[in-house]
Design a protein around this ligand. Structure first.
Ligand code: MCN
Ligand code: CUN
Length: 792
């Protein structure tokens, strides 16, 4: 008699995404679609040089353009104490340059006008006089004492170094190295990359002087954090601030930071008493907003002859740009870099890292990555590849020997994380089978005899997804947890709101499936709303694939509270005591008499029309969920490539992805996430590169130079699943949103290296452009390492 879970769109149903109904009709409502009465338009003047002392800014010609309402400069921002703002990593960031320009693309002035074209024209009439300074574009230059100090605005900042940080057990690691039979070394650069969502950033600030209320429609993945930040920075009362994040055209981490444009549009609205819209262009987005990576990594691995890893040393040097603005848990200086090697049994490890200021856009936001996990896993898998080669061991076998075994969970990693579940060897096996791993060596040899270069690459990783728990994870002191609020109306339909914010991940579809699973209410009867701070419960937002592990768990818990109350109502309706009530999906019945029952919908109606004496009416619940641990999904990726020895061009022949993200709420959505992530991984491995010339000019500031792969270039991916439920998550789910971007790049690079490394090279840095692959193949030299890096 219980309802059929798949039919009602519950857990495990590949329910079609409800949000796509409006997206594919062109009916999405993005920030730029919103038009408010009397709205003005803002354009930002950005610096065209990377490091310069400002002598003067003359805005008089801009003021004269008809239709211009306001011209803002750093000086005017400073007069209102808004020229600088705090960052998410306890640094400060210029909202508008006052003293110095510190990177190309930095905000210098803003024009607010009747339309965006007038604003743009007027911007071009602003005259900035400056004195150029030597430019620092990498951490090696940042350490050169003859180079200028970038952050001369700060007290106690005598050099360009931001931090030194270490974690792990040095003495134990040193000992492991003393006992090693073989020591394997690797050094590489994970280049700067950019999330480049199709929709750039933007905001509409609407300050109403009569009510004192400030409403900001904006592109943000974390609206509640923005509300708190605006309250603190602009010193406005928090209850008078409403942040609305409408449909987002992708986020990928790019919409986590607080950008100057948002703050400037807010001040502009307060000053003009009109709504002010700011929409960034693509180049503005690429040159000034949060990037990912830009880390130099080197390490060495202590190995025993039989293939056992004994210890690992790692050193990272990260380039943070002009302001240390990483969005990451406060406790860790370099995100969760120390989750590296978490899927392998590594008895001893030590990680040191340094961060530097350079004359580049601030960032260090993770791009589809839990706070630096992507760099960690890329290095891990490249190191594993190098170590297996140094030992003369097969790539898969070396992994099998060192992967954490099923009976070792819960497993404490050398850096202190607790991984709690997984079937790593099984995933490896499924992947090997699917790609035909065991025949490959022969295939490769035969092909080589005929002058063809084939390669196979493996990448296996587990990553920590779902910050909190609040004991260990906070951002600027705000503890990391999340929330859901479920309101069931009297006809059994309802509305669910969470503190997360979907940017394309499909929350509107999948959260309703959790409710269907818990209550038996059809998913179609639950509308999901996120992103409005006036209505949604407080939450830390969506990034680091934390939504399913945290907000998703809160959804299940909120639904369970509803079920608990409905059970009391059912007992009342059936005139038995609560202890005699049994539950099956969608329905309560009397123990021993399953014909006597009431549906969840009957209970909903009774909650408003016939509740038991003394019971509060209504059927609503709120849940704040603080997860006991992170969730640990696992991925095993296999990539087969062919490299053309004449050109260095490489093609993917086959790609097999095995993902274990615990219980899948919606298998189709999970597959979409994996496909999208692999496409981004392929782009980074193959073609994407944002670099800087010696003057700090950003090379890669448009989509002619910074390439987005289309369906034409992107290879096909074959997907497989393994399910190891998360032991502490209420529905057994683990996060998955980033796994493919995190584990993907190493699979491509390992495959290309496997095809060419017989010629001698151990590493080619991403992107593996044909000229680099060609050179490594024909010279046998590595193309990698510390700066100055090659600019091709
Ligand atoms: N899901 C599921 N079963 C699981 C795990 C997840 O059905 N066991 C579903 C979820 O219900 C959700 C989706 O898969 O609909 C992703 O869930 P999750 O792994 O919790 O990740 P988040 O929702 O927190 O999304 C964040 C993650 C990040 S950090 C980036 S960056 C990213 C990504 O998701 N940006 C994206 N995927 C993206 N996809 C799109 N289309 N656009 C972006 O900007
Ligand atoms: Cu880190 S990119 Mo996603 O975490 O928003």
């Amino acid at each position: 008699m219980s309802v059929d879970e798949i039919k009602i769109g519950g857990m495990g149903a590949s329910r079609r995404r409800v949000e796509d109904n409006r997206f594919i009709r062109g009916k999405g409502r993005y920030v730029d679609d919103i038009v408010l009465p009397g709205m003005l338009h803002m354009e930002i003047l950005r610096a065209d040089v990377a490091h310069a002392r400002i002598k003067s800014i003359d805005t008089s010609a801009a003021w004269e353009v008809p239709g211009v309402r306001l011209v803002l400069t750093g000086e005017m921002m400073a007069a209102r104490n808004l020229a600088w703002m705090p960052t998410l990593s306890y640094d400060t960031q210029a909202v508008m340059a006052t003293d110095k320009i510190r990177f190309q693309g930095q905000e210098i002035a803003a024009v607010i006008a009747d339309d965006p074209y007038i604003a743009k024209d007027a911007c071009s009439r602003i005259v900035v006089e400056y004195e150029q300074l030597p430019v620092i574009v990498n951490p090696v230059q940042a350490q050169d004492p003859s180079m200028p100090l970038i952050r001369d605005d700060k007290e106690n900042q005598p050099t360009n170094k931001i931090f030194d940080w270490e974690i792990g057990d040095k003495a134990r690691t040193d000992k492991a190295f003393e006992e090693a039979d073989v020591i394997s070394k690797l050094e590489l650069h994970y280049p700067r990359s950019h999330p480049s969502p199709l929709e750039p950033c933007g905001s509409i600030a609407d300050y109403d002087r009569a009510t004192g209320k400030l409403t900001v429609y904006m592109t943000t993945q974390a609206p509640h954090i923005i509300r708190a930040a605006v309250a603190m920075v602009a010193e406005l009362p928090e209850h008078m601030i409403r942040i609305v994040s409408p449909d987002l055209g992708g986020g990928f981490g790019n919409k986590v930071p607080v950008y100057p444009g948002y703050v400037i549009s807010i001040l502009a609205s307060i000053l003009t008493e009109r709504p002010v819209k700011w929409i960034e262009d693509k180049t503005g987005n690429l040159i000034s907003t949060g990037f990912g990576r830009d880390v130099y990594l080197k390490g060495e691995m202590a190995l025993r002859k039989d293939g056992k890893i004994l210890g690992m040393r790692m050193h990272t040097v990260s380039d943070h740009g002009a302001f240390y603005a990483d969005a990451q848990p406060t406790k860790f200086k370099i995100g969760l870099m120390h989750s590296t090697f978490a899927c392998y049994d590594v008895p001893a490890a030590h990680l040191t890292s340094e961060g530097y200021y350079t004359n580049k856009a601030p960032g260090g936001v993770a791009y589809r990555c839990s706070f630096r996990v992507t760099e960690a896993m890329f290095f891990q898998e490249r190191m594993i590849h190098a170590a297996a080669n140094d030992l003369g061991m097969d790539q898969a076998e070396f992994r099998r020997v060192n992967l954490v075994k099923d009976d070792m969970f819960p497993y404490r990693t050398a850096f202190g994380f607790l991984t709690d579940s997984g079937q790593y060897e099984k995933c490896l096996e499924v992947g090997m089978e699917a790609i035909g791993y065991r025949n490959f060596k022969q295939e490769q040899e035969e092909a080589r005899k005929r002058g063809r270069l084939l390669g196979i690459g493996i990448s296996t990783m587990t990553e920590p997804l779902g910050a909190g728990n609040s004991r260990e994870y906070d951002i600027l002191g705000i503890k990391m947890f999340d929330s859901a609020e479920l309101r069931i109306h009297m006809t059994g339909k309802g509305i669910l709101r969470t503190g997360a914010k979907t940017q394309g991940q499909g929350h509107e579809t999948t959260w309703a499936q959790i409710v269907a699973h818990e209550l038996g209410i059809p998913a179609d009867d639950i509308v999901v709303e996120e992103g409005d701070t006036d209505t949604a419960p407080f939450g830390m937002g969506t990034y680091a694939s934390r939504s399913t592990p945290v907000a998703g768990a809160a959804v299940a818990m909120a639904a369970r509270k509803i079920r608990a109350k409905a059970r009391k109502i059912a007992a009342h309706l059936l005139e038995v005591s609560e202890e005699d009530i049994e539950w099956e999906l969608g329905r309560f019945y009397v123990r021993g008499n399953s014909d006597r029952g009431v549906t969840i919908q009957d209970c909903a109606l009774a909650a408003y029309s016939n509740m038991p004496d003394g019971m509060e009416p209504g059927l609503e619940s709120t849940s704040y969920y603080d997860p006991p641990n992170l969730t640990w999904p696992f991925a095993a990726y296999f990539c087969k490539v062919e490299v053309d020895p004449q050109t260095g061009v490489w093609d993917v022949l086959n790609f097999v992805a095995v993902d274990d993200c615990g219980v899948r709420i919606n298998p189709m959505v999970v597959e979409g996430q994996v496909m999208g992530g692999l496409t981004e991984a392929y782009a980074m491995a193959n073609m994407q590169y944002i670099t800087f010339d010696e003057s700090g000019n950003c090379i890669g500031s448009n989509y002619m130079d910074y390439l987005l792969p289309t369906a034409w270039e992107t290879p096909g991916f074959e997907l497989h699943e393994v399910v190891t439920p998360c032991p502490h998550h209420p529905i057994g789910a683990k996060g998955v949103g980033e796994c493919a971007t995190v584990a993907g790049p190493a699979a491509f690079v390992n495959a290309v290296m496997n095809a060419i490394e017989h010629a001698g090279a151990r590493n080619v840095d991403m992107p593996l452009m044909p000229n680099r692959v060609y050179e490594a193949l024909h010279t046998g030299n590595d193309i990698s390492g510390m700066p100055p890096v090659r600019v091709d």
